[in-house]
Every structure is written in C-alpha cells, then in structure tokens.
Ligand binder design. Structure first.
Ligand SMILES: Cc1cc2nc3c(=O)[nH]c(=O)nc-3n(C[C@H](O)[C@H](O)[C@H](O)COP(=O)(O)OP(=O)(O)OC[C@H]3O[C@@H](n4cnc5c(N)ncnc54)[C@H](O)[C@@H]3O)c2cc1C
Length: 459
C-alpha cells in the first residue's frame, strides 16, 4: 500500500493571489493542480488589499502615454532598496511583470488597467500601479477564484499544509494536510508550490526577526502564520531579508480602513495630535509608520480637502470612509483643530507651511517637493490614523524560476514559492518597499512557479 492516500501532479498550498496565479499557469500548461487553503473562504492578504500591483511596459501604460520598461522598474527597485534587494529576484519581477499583466488580462479576462490616480511616487518613477477601477482586493480574489473554477482547478478549503515529506535529498514526495475536523491526510505530489503568504500573524516570528514592530498593530491576514517559511526552513531552505516588512501610517482609527496613498500624493499632509507636521509625507509609504508611531499618542491625522476628496472619492477605501462619515470637516482650520483636539495655531502653521511651499512649487522644510503640488483650501477634511504593520517581505530564498534554494545555494528540484512566502525585493528593513510590490510578487512569482512546475513535469 502507498504511504499516500492519493497523489496529484502539482500541489499548491495557499489560495491567495500567488496560489491562484500558480494554479492558472499550471492549468494553462495542461497540468492538474490541487490548491489547498486553510480558510473556509477566499481571502488571504489579497482579499484585504487594495488590489493594486506594479507592472512595467504594459499595453495599458502605453494607451495612457506612459513610457516604462523592465530596466526602469529594475533600477527603481534597486534604488528604493538602497541596492540591497536580491538582484536576481528584482530582475525577474521587473522583466515578468508586464507579461504577467497581459496574460491575466488577455488569457484570463481580468479587467485590470493602469491606475491613473496612482501617479509616479514613493520610488516608482513612472505610473505603473495597475488595478481594477472601483474594485479592491476582495473583488480581485473572488475573480481569481472564479477563473480557477472556470479552468477546472480543484480548490480544497479548510485544508492546511502541516508537513512536507522529501526523499532525504531534497526532492519533495508529498505533504500532510490537516482538514477542518482535525484529520490529517498524507498526499503525494510531483511538485509543491508554497503560496501561504508571509508571517505577520506569527508574533514569535515577528518578535524574532523585526523586534522594532513589537508595539505596532498588525493589520494583515490572520492566516499569515509563516507556515511555508517554517516548513521550508525545516527542509534546509535558505531565508532572505527576514527583517523586511511593509508598515503603513494611514490606518484609520477606529474604522480600520486604509487611507489610500493618492490622498497624500494629491497634496494631503499628516500632522500629529497637536497639529504639527513631522515628516516628508511623499518620501516612504511604508517606513512612514515609524515617524508616526513615535509621535505623542502614537497617531495623528491625515489633513486634506474637498478637491482631493473628489479626485480620490472613487477609490473604494476612501469611498467607504466617506460613506461611514469617518472624516471631520470644517471650513476654517481653527474649527478643524477644535474638531480633532489639535492646537489651532499649530495646525494652521502646518497647513500654511505646506501651502506656501506648494504656491512656490518648492521643497518645504521637511524636504517634500511641492512642484506642481496642490494648495490645500477650504473645506478641509481630517481622518484619524495610526500606524500598523501590513505584511512581511522576507521569506524563502528563490531563484528566477521561483525554485526554493537550499542554504548551500542549490535549488530544491520540485519545490517552488512566491508571494509573501518568498523573499521579496524590499531590502532588509521597513524603508525599501515600493507601493504595490506585495501583489506584484504574488502574481508574478505565482505564475512563474506554476509554469516552472509544469515545465519540470512535462519535460
Ligand atoms: C490592508 C492591506 C492592503 C494591502 N494592499 C496592497 C496593495 O494594494 N497592493 C499590493 O501589492 N499589496 C498590498 N498588500 C499586500 C498584499 O496583500 C500581499 O502582499 C499579497 O496579497 C500576498 O499574496 P499571497 O498570495 O502571497 O498571500 P495571501 O493573499 O495572504 O494568500 C495566502 C493564503 O494561504 C493561506 N494559508 C496560509 N497558511 C496555509 C497553509 N499552511 N496551508 C494552506 N493554506 C495556507 C492563507 O489563509 C491565505 O489565504 C496589502 C496588504 C494588506 C494587509
């Protein structure tokens, strides 16, 4: 009798964007893939996200007159990560982002296009953030699951990968899967793709690898417990950039909804509880969590105006915040200060300082460049925000085929990883994250992993 209850050609653990892209790529190549997902419904971090990802050199960029390509994207990744991103992974993502975008759009009818409201910012030197206008991550993951269903991919919900069996030389032979009733099944596979997300929900791991985040709230998916990373490490896999993560300084309190970046890109500012500005809000979308968290009360307010609200009001998160009437509003800055409990003179000085720099089209004393910038004007708005960690960026070391690498640098022949489970390209800490890289690594590396598994099994 076989030691496995049944066998599949490709087993994919995790049904977020990475697992779905891997399954679609394997299925396109004619392989049967089985996807297992620990939750009882599609979601993951992907479902919590804004559904935006980077791609360079797409038809949608060209239609919008944007000149971009893999070389520029690669250079942006290396510059933002201060040269510390893995150049192999960075180049792979840069080169494969546009083909992945076109594949998802043309082969799998995903309605994504360049997000023209997300201008070049925060290290992306060209507008290259793509999404589904008016829709967020939940729509994205539901659509990806529909496409897996259309392709005949089997997805087993409430089924968690809990162990991996190899042949003693690194070749994966099968896995242990725990079902909702606690029963554990052993199934065989010819290739295994790890798409279980990162480890933000695993407090022991975050304390170990990124102790400076101890006091920060975690605002990511609870399934990101680092299963893939722990199991891969147990097999002898190398890990990379384990101290790397995306923080975010604009999680609304108490709504728990992210203020979308275009609110700042279009001219919003952040002040602390007293009304003082404290940072260049255009510098670092992820690392800004630290200056915010060191302010009195560890929080602040995003200040913007009705012009910005109407420009960004179609973005689902801001639309939700408007529907919830989450913002304070006032015609005069001293009334706004009263509404948010700030000092009127300090809030007025902060806004005036930004307005004066915007009027000159010059840098302000924080270093923010206001060339072509919007001059804030009444009526004003304020949203209360705190900082949080959203997702981790370190993980299993992979090569350009998304193969997991051992600690001696050799690849495991039939073990692949992508998305939050794999090392990303944000460097070692919190300051190297380019906006929308999380989903970029999920869909691009997921597709590569599915394709690589297929070429291994069909060669
Ligand atoms: C609030 C928020 C907003 C974000 N916005 C953006 C954005 O707009 N653009 C962007 O690029 N990035 C964004 N991110 C990051 C992005 O969501 C993630 O980087 C991306 O979704 C990772 O995809 P994934 O498939 O690797 O992981 P996930 O989408 O988390 O999928 C992993 C799946 O694996 C399952 N799983 C875990 N362990 C196991 C196991 N042992 N067995 C079986 N299943 C398992 C999980 O339940 C989960 O469903 C955001 C993150 C957050 C939290």
């Amino acid at each position: 009798m076989s030691e496995f209850e049944f066998s599949v050609p490709v087993l994919i653990a995790g049904a977020g964007a990475c697992g779905a892209a891997a399954a679609l790529a394997a299925s396109d190549a004619g392989l049967d893939a089985l996807v297992v997902e620990r939750d009882d419904r599609p979601g993951g971090s992907t479902g919590m996200s804004q559904g935006l990802f980077c791609a360079a050199g797409t038809t949608s960029q060209k239609e919008n007159g944007v000149n971009d390509d893999a070389e520029v994207f690669f250079a942006d990744i290396m510059e933002k990560s201060r040269g510390q991103a893995d150049p192999v992974i960075a180049r792979t993502l840069a080169e494969e982002s546009a083909p992945t975008f076109e594949w998802l759009r043309n082969v799998h009818a995903l309605p994504w296009q360049l997000d023209t409201s997300f201008r070049a910012s925060y290290g992306n030197s060209r507008p290259r953030v793509h999404g589904w206008p008016g829709h967020g991550g939940l729509d994205m993951i539901q659509l990806l699951h529909r496409r897996m269903s259309d392709a005949g991919v089997d997805v087993l919900m409430e089924t968690r990968l809990v162990d991996i069996f190899d042949d003693g030389h690194g070749r994966v032979r099968g896995a242990a899967l725990q079902r909702a009733d606690g029963q554990v099944e052993r199934i065989g596979c010819d290739a295994l793709i790890l798409a279980c997300g990162g480890f933000g929900a695993n407090r022991a791991m975050t304390d170990r690898y990124m102790p400076e985040t101890r006091a920060l709230r975690y605002n990511g998916h609870e399934g990101s417990e680092g299963d893939a990373i722990r199991l891969g490490e147990g097999l002898g896999a190398a890990l990379g950039d384990m101290g790397s993560y995306q923080g975010y300084a604009m999680l609304t309190d108490p709504q728990g909804i992210s203020v979308p970046p275009p609110v700042l890109i279009d001219g919003g500012i952040i002040v602390n509880r007293h009304g003082d500005r404290f940072t260049d809000e255009s510098e670092d979308i992820a690392g800004m969590v630290h200056p915010l968290s060191s302010q009195p009360g560890s929080g602040g307010w995003v200040i913007y105006d009705a012009d910005i609200e109407s420009a960004c009001g179609g973005i689902p998160e801001l639309a939700q915040l408007i529907a919830l009437n989450a913002h304070k509003t006032a015609e005069r800055l001293d009334d706004l200060a009263g509404a948010i409990g700030a000092d009127p003179a300090r809030l007025t000085a902060s806004v005036d300082h930004a307005r004066e720099a915007a009027a000159r089209g010059a840098r302000d004393s924080f270093g923010r460049d206001w060339a072509g910038g919007h001059i804030l004007r009444a009526p004003f708005r304020a949203l209360k925000v705190i900082g949080a960690i959203y997702h981790t960026q370190g993980g299993l070391q992979i090569d350009r085929h998304a193969r997991v690498l051992r600690r001696d640098g050799r690849p495991f022949p039939n073990l692949f990883a992508g998305g939050g489970s794999a090392r990303s390209v944000s460097g070692p800490s919190s300051w190297g994250y380019l906006p929308a890289m999380g989903l970029t690594t999920a869909v691009v590396l997921g597709r590569i992993a599915g394709r690589s598994a297929a070429s291994l099994l069909t060669s």
